[in-house]
Design a protein around this ligand. Sequence first.
Ligand code: PMP
Ligand code: GLU
Length: 391
Amino acid sequence: MKIDTRLAERLKKINPSSTLEITSKAKKLKSEGKDIVNFAAGEPDFDTPDFIKAAAIAAINSGFTKYTPTTGTPELKKLICQKFKKDNLLEYAPDQVIVSNGAKHSIFNALMVLLNRNDEALIPLPYWVSYPEMVNLCEGIPRFIKTNPANNFKITAADLSKQISAKTKVLILNSPSNPCGCVYNRNELEAIAKICVSKNIFVISDEIYEKIIFDGLKHDSIASLNKNIYDLTVTVNGLSKSHSMTGWRIGYLGAPSDLAKAISNLQDHSTSNPNSIAQKAAVAALSAPEDFTQKLCLEFAKRRDYLAQRLKVIKQIGFTLPQGAFYMFCDISKTKTDSLVFAKRLLEEEYVSLIPGCSFGMDDHIRISFATSMEELQKGMDRIEKWITKL
Ligand code: PMP
Ligand code: GLU
């Protein structure tokens, strides 16, 4: 059999996740004793709080180690409904909520039930690395919407209108955003929602960085604006970022009943329930006051400000101050180096790892994660500042 007929067509154009790949490469080099500064990581550098770990240990000891209902335990889903109501002004009944193996899985599930072959999914540029690949896996077509750094890389209603075709089925919206940290305000969401409702376009609203938001800004959920947009929106969230629980794999979504039912069927036959022990940990996380998350956010704000202060004096690198999440998306066009070469040389020559912008659709940018300690930020920036003059 010829090699190119062994794989299904849908897999042939899929690339590995560069964010995961580069992060694990950096971790490996570090474990081998190399003095790596890791600016690649897409996960908070804090340990999962002890009370959450204790709930998981109790779950194991009490034998909570069997299948649960596919879409999550009633106990956890009730807490998620309460969270949606309290934080997002969203009314979802428990059967409209699906708990999955991370928000990544939730987004994939949503695309799987929405996209027919060759349906178009609109994705603002820069985008999180997995969106286009997930659309490809669902045999849809990713269509990118260009944005302007002067508007914090946010799409406007006019940008959106221009990209809509008869085949447009979905818009993927991410606020606060990875990699650029932009946050959409209520007016901007209203303008986008109006167009989606008039053209019958579904919205997958990825709100995983909801709690990591700066400068007193407030997160708004597009589905909360009115009944029409609610009926077209899948709201995605999870515990990876807010509770430093990336490895536990708990994400969830709220959706109109018909979509939720389809996602439940899909999950029945693909992964079944998310890990039972991690669900108990999630119950503990969502039942507790938000002290941990608030501390995390304050710490990220300090680091963002430090990084901004360091970057300001490097004239070869431009940046837009992020309003949320924990990444600085930097313009390296003045260096006349493409993002892959920039990232590769920086890692090889100075042992600083970061993600090239080509992973997010912009080759003249790089992403610096500030999910690392102040000491590491200082060390990494010292190295970059010296190194950049050699480029
Ligand atoms: N969306 C965005 C924008 C992300 O950066 C991430 C982080 N990997 C996810 C979704 C998925 O998070 P998880 O699967 O860990 O819940
Ligand atoms: N979301 C993180 C990042 O962008 C984690 C890695 C991933 O899931 O792709 O780096």
